[in-house]
Write a protein that binds this ligand. Structure first.
Ligand code: C2E
Ligand code: MG
Ligand code: MG
Length: 579
């Protein structure tokens, strides 16, 4: 098929689809049509026989003139015609007219040739029925016209005349239903708000109309080499589909054709304007296989193009963009929370094996605008990447220190409050000064404090960290090695590392009771810890089985849902004996 022919075939498809949207679909069975015609014929034949026969029959014990029954059959026949018009609209109307007018010559012959004047009432009835069905049909036409206008307004954008968001969705949805591969492109006119603000809405609207006309013409004349449908989504956002492309290059070329059309000078009331746009696109089914996902993937790509201010090439959706989007969103939320000082903390109890409280671990908490928690597993890595983690650490440290000031008054001498500190933060020159600042600000004893650093420190930065850890220890603060077992650190590092506590990672506790070797592995970590003079705590203990095994293999402490989830400080306070 030649491209032009192909394009015109598809143009019909676009129009058909849009037409279908603007057509009220009525499901009326064809069999009803046949039934009404048969009923009509039956009533008419009976009518003529009854009229000809004359005489009487007995009905329910009364004599009944057959001629008087003629009225019943005549009304029945006309009712069939009226029903045909009401239910089957145009087809019914034409059929009804043919049937009624077709009878006229027969009736005329009866009256004028055979002088059968009994046919005269029939002529009147037929004429009245013709008038009735013409009135019904005129009324149908008016209602249809009105409905079409209303529906057209519903699918056409008022300003530009392009299919609107709804029509676009129907069309793209149709492609997805037929499993036809296509690319959805989201386009956003750059700086359109400032055109509106400086030149006024009227000029802004004229520019939008001009863009719409240019893009519609381009899509309709098939010059892009692919097949396209352009829709006006809202404000300065357009969406278009690209179909019948052979390669990514075709897609990019098509988008560039749209860009070139856009970037040509636009003259409105003797003023020249130059506009450009960002484009993001996603492909069905390669990138997403539902309408909403295709559209939102394209808008993720568009968002990225806008954020990076890319106007000379379209951005294609990729999974990483979602990641970037989410990261940026989380970063925004962290900054906002830090600014408003809404980062808070929960405390998770740690116990010895006899269920005596050792202390708590402070865990950072953050909520989004809707009040939902954002997991630290999500925001801490973002904070680390963006250099915000030390502010989070310190926000938690400060607030937890205030808690300790309260709790420490009556607490046991070995009561411990653990604070998580990111390796990056620990290595900062200002770290020790920050810690001392806190110790000065609150009435707390350093011996109640413990700093948790992940095992990764012993793999990447142990040399640089050793001095810093020594300084921390000199202040009197204890040090725990968090998530132990996940980092393959060498034993010799562990030997030289001035820590007090090893925290066995939850993953080992999870696996511990699934096989003898896993249990032995945890037992060895505990033994090595003890040999090196460290105490050992197991993280994420959830079941009695795990607890019993840990007792059996000599673990010193546990922290886990079995004996306590992270709770707000007020609740934690109640867990301290004597408070
Ligand atoms: P982590 O320091 O290893 O903290 C333990 C995590 O395990 C916490 O998750 C805790 O809620 C969870 N957990 C404890 N017991 C159980 C259990 O029995 N079952 C299960 N399923 N989970 C348990 P959370 O609060 O989501 O914290 C995740 C990580 O975020 C922490 O792991 C820590 O690495 C980091 N983090 C939390 N707060 C801070 C902070 O203030 N500063 C820094 N730098 N990192 C923090
Ligand atoms: Mg921790
Ligand atoms: Mg941990």
């Amino acid at each position: 098929m030649s491209p032009n022919k192909q394009t015109s075939t598809n143009k019909r498809t676009v129009e058909n689809t849009l037409l279908k949207i603007t057509t009220v679909r009525r499901a009326v069975p064809k069999s009803g049509f046949v039934l009404l015609i048969l009923l009509y014929i039956l009533a008419s034949v009976t009518l003529s026989r009854v009229t000809r026969m004359g005489g009487e029959i007995m009905f329910l014990g009364y004599p009944f003139s057959l001629r008087s029954a003629a009225g019943i059959f005549s009304s029945l026949a006309n009712l069939c015609v009226i029903l045909l018009v009401v239910v089957y609209r145009k087809v019914g109307f034409i059929t009804g007219l043919i049937v009624l007018i077709g009878q006229a010559p027969v009736m005329m012959i009866q009256i004028f040739v055979f002088h059968n004047y009994n046919a005269i009432p029939g002529v009147f009835t037929n004429a009245l029925t013709v008038i009735a069905i013409i009135i019904i049909e005129i009324n149908h036409k008016r209602v249809d016209r009105f409905q079409k206008t209303v529906l057209e307004q519903a699918v056409k954008d008022r300003l530009t005349g392009l299919p609107n968001r709804f029509a676009g969705r129907e069309y793209f949805g149709g492609l997805i239903k037929n499993r036809e591969k296509f690319v959805y492109v989201a386009a956003d006119i750059k700086n359109f708000k400032s055109i509106n603000d400086t030149m006024g809405y009227e000029t802004g609207n004229k520019i939008l109309i001009e863009i719409a006309n240019r893009w519609k013409n381009l899509a309709d004349n098939g010059n892009t080499g692919t097949f396209n449908l352009v829709a006006h989504i809202n404000g300065d956002e357009f969406g278009f589909s690209i179909q019948e492309y052979n390669s990514e290059e075709d897609v990019i070329n098509t988008i560039n054709r749209f860009r070139e059309e856009l970037e040509r000078k636009i003259t409105i009331e003797d003023c020249d304007y130059y506009v450009n746009a960002c484009f993001g696109y996603a492909e069905f089914p390669a990138d997403a296989d539902e309408l909403d996902s295709v559209v939102s993937c394209a808008s993720v790509a568009l968002h990225d193009a806008k954020r990076r201010d890319i106007i000379n090439e379209p951005v294609r959706y990729s999974g990483e963009l979602i990641q970037t989007e989410r990261t940026l969103e989380i970063e925004r939320k962290i900054r906002e929370a830090l600014e408003k000082d809404t980062v808070f903390f929960h405390l998770q109890p740690q116990y010895d094996m006899n269920h005596k409280l050792r202390g708590f671990e402070a865990l950072a908490r953050m909520k989004d605008a809707d009040g939902n928690f954002i997991s630290p597993a999500e925001f801490i890595p973002v904070a680390e990447k963006t250099g915000l983690v030390d502010q989070i650490d310190m926000a938690v440290f400060r607030k937890a220190a205030k808690f300790l000031e309260e709790a420490g008054k009556n607490a046991e001498p070995d009561f411990t409050l653990s604070i998580n500190i990111s390796v990056k933060h620990l290595l900062k020159n200002s770290f020790i000064e920050e810690v001392q600042g806190i110790l000065r600000s609150y009435e707390i004893a350093a011996k109640h404090l413990e700093i948790e650093i992940t095992e990764s420190i012993m793999i990447d930065s142990v040399e640089r960290a050793l001095d810093r850890i020594e300084e921390v220890r000199k202040i009197g603060i204890m040090v725990a090695i968090d998530d132990f077992g996940t980092g393959y650190s060498s034993l010799s590092y562990l030997n030289n590392f001035p820590a007090n506590l090893l925290k066995i990672d939850k993953s080992f506790i999870d696996a511990m009771n699934t096989g003898e070797s896993n249990k032995k592995y945890v037992a060895s970590i505990i033994s090595i810890g003890h040999v090196l003079g460290l105490e050992v705590i197991s993280e994420g203990v959830e079941s009695e089985d795990q607890l019993n095994t840990l007792k059996e293999i000599g673990c010193d402490y546990i922290q886990g849902f079995i004996w306590g989830r992270p709770v707000p400080p007020e609740e934690a306070m109640k867990l301290i004996p004597g408070q």
